[in-house]
Design a protein. Structure first.
Length: 317
């Protein structure tokens, strides 16, 4: 091929290169000019979220400093509602029960979820089926879960759990009907439901740990426990921080299982802040005091979340 024949070909190639990059540059320009398109797709969900989440939150904050009087107009009372609910012994008892229940459910669900994640980690079909079966408590409606556990917690010897523990000579126990065991029984129900959710998040975290670290630890003669202690747990530190916040918020907002299993009884032994707020606001029509309790619960949850995030950033720095 002569030089004349080769030259136009090279020129054509050089001219074609800008032609290929031009559409990409034009696409970036269009994307920069149409930044609102993703927000357009998100708009329906955002509208619903604002209407059903942020507006009621703002209204609750407003009612917490007012005496709510339907048909008569609300009256400003300032911090009287907060002083009343903070000075109420029932609220302090409910707050303590909420903290105990949140700590028990958080610790129990995270420990059990971590153990389950270690047991079902893998890629085989059998493990996939086991993971799906273990995740079922999360997708079952909470009302159904509470009813099932209420039946199993039947306080007589004919109850399912009492029959099982009776095989080893224990029981029968009162469970949710006994003030000494009712709160622990509800915590067990919450752990049973929350552990599979934590398991799935732990599985995602385990998939991100470098397998070479396990191989190096095995070569160095580390046992299974030492590999978990020195490789798995440090690799899952961010996962533990996220799960702690999620599980703690879930524990603070416990309502349905308590409401359906005991409704705060017996003798107020399982009364939590959410059930107390429900009774104050909807049963006793003290919406201002109930709103003050809801704002305090939100503030406690917010402080916990911020503290965990600050500790996480300090450790990462």
């Amino acid at each position: 091929m002569s030089v004349r024949e080769a030259t136009p070909s090279a020129a054509g190639t050089a001219a074609a290169a800008p032609a290929r990059t031009a559409p990409g540059a034009a696409g970036r320009a269009r994307r920069n000019g149409q930044w609102w398109i993703p927000w357009l797709f998100l708009a329906p969900a955002l509208v619903l979220f604002v209407y059903f989440k942020f507006i009621p939150m703002a209204q609750a904050i407003g009612m917490s400093v007012q005496e709510v009087r339907p048909y008569l107009g609300n009256r400003w009372v300032g911090g009287a509602n907060y002083a009343e609910i903070l000075g109420d012994g029932g609220f302090r008892s409910a707050a303590w029960n909420t903290v105990v229940l949140a700590v028990g459910q958080t610790a129990g669900s995270m420990i059990l979820g971590f153990c389950l994640a270690l047991l079902v980690e893998g890629q085989t079909r059998k493990l996939s089926f086991i993971r799906s079966a273990a995740f079922l408590p999360v997708v079952v409606p909470l009302a159904v879960t509470a009813e099932l556990w209420r039946i199993m917690y039947h306080p007589t010897g004919d109850g399912l759990i009492n029959q099982v523990i009776g095989l080893v000579g224990l029981g029968p126990f009162g469970f949710i009907n006994d003030p000494h065991t009712s709160l622990a029984s509800i915590a067990v129900t919450g752990i049973w439901r929350g552990a599979p959710y934590d398991m799935m998040i732990f599985l995602a975290g385990l998939a991100g740990i470098d397998r070479g670290l396990y191989e190096a630890a095995t070569v160095d003669g580390a046992s299974t426990w030492k590999r978990i202690l020195h490789v798995t747990l440090p690799g899952l530190r961010p996962v533990f921080a996220i799960l702690f916040v999620l599980a703690a918020v879930r524990g603070f907002r416990t309502f349905t299982e308590v409401f359906l299993l005991t409704n705060g009884g017996p003798n107020g032994s399982t009364e939590v802040v959410m059930t107390l707020i429900y009774k104050l606001g909807l049963e006793q029509s003290r919406l201002g005091v109930g709103s003050a309790g809801a704002v305090l619960l939100f503030a406690a949850t917010l402080v916990l979340t911020v503290c965990v995030q600050l500790l996480r950033r300090r450790r990462s720095a």
